[in-house]
Design a binder for this molecule. Sequence first.
Ligand code: HEM
Length: 340
Amino acid sequence: MTNSASLIDKREQRFQSLVFLTIVLVYLLILAGGIVRATGSGMGCPDWPKCFGRWVPPTEFSQLPPNYREIYGVKLKGEVEFNAVKTWIEYANRLLGVLVGFFVFGTLLASLTYWQKKRSIVWASVAAFVLVGANGWLGSRVVATELAQYMITAHLSLAILVVFALLFALVCSRGNYYLPVVGQSSRRNGMRWLLIGVIGLTLTQLLLGTQVRGALDAVIKQVGYSQRENWISQIGLEFYIHRSFSLVILAVNLLLIYQLRKNDRVGWFKWIPGVLLLFIVLEILTGVIMAYFGVPALLQPIHLLLSIGVIGLQFVTVLLWKEAGVDIERVPDKSRLVKI
Ligand code: HEM
């Protein structure tokens, strides 16, 4: 191998490690966002980007402006008792957001190495960068609108798009995959529709989940954080729809997993069906425990994180499946053809 070829490979490897790390950080950020909500720390910093007017947030009451109740009282809606833990949870979430911003920018720069070879990787990295920027701004709107439900849902939706863009870049950069599932075209088409259906239904379930979250937040406003065991009984139809729909989600995902396992499994496909099954089971389990055991705060962010894990795995499956049935003879550069 020539020096320049190995240099290119090194750059590509660096990109792949970077984009993988960035995806992990985005998932951590989603978890952090869930922790902020579960602990009620959303207004831990009532202003943005500063926190109580400071770049380093206060750790004790004496560091607050003397008239902080007047300045922030309206926003804090009576919750004017300063709580350093909530303030720092919210601020750590913001710092992680900034770190993600830097990593996505680094990913964008590193992706330029693919400009000649696979431009779609560069465009996916540009999309991730723009979406992260837009979501940072949306995060500020979440605070400005005092945690309006539609803003939180939009914030989550953009986060999912960021995950999709980065997963796209990662999968594409790993080479031209082909699956040993060449099969008949009717079978491939059936699989394609199954995948589209499963993703569509899972996204619908995510949306239904955000409705439950909205209803729950309205209840919390009335009864407060201490009466967790009474929360679920006070929300209406949203909860029953979300709960029942999870049976549909379980059924279609089991069908997908069965189909994936039926084929020869190599590379990524060795573990995707198993992990997907695990995530779906845990998702339902955490949902049931939340619903019938007083919504433990610990499970709220985990339920959210698992749902993004499920949708991420389904998306990777779509990307890999897209290449299934590729006529190997027609691929011009066979040295780039990697068996997964
Ligand atoms: C099967 C797939 C499921 C998926 C993909 C899913 C997804 C979601 C999502 C995305 C949220 C919103 C979380 C947030 O915005 O913070 C949510 C909330 C919720 N889900 Fe599920 N869910 C599933 C099953 C269930 C089941 C079976 C139950 C109960 C029997 C359940 C109970 C709840 C509850 C109580 C909330 C509100 C939690 C909160 O506000 O923190 N979920 N779900």
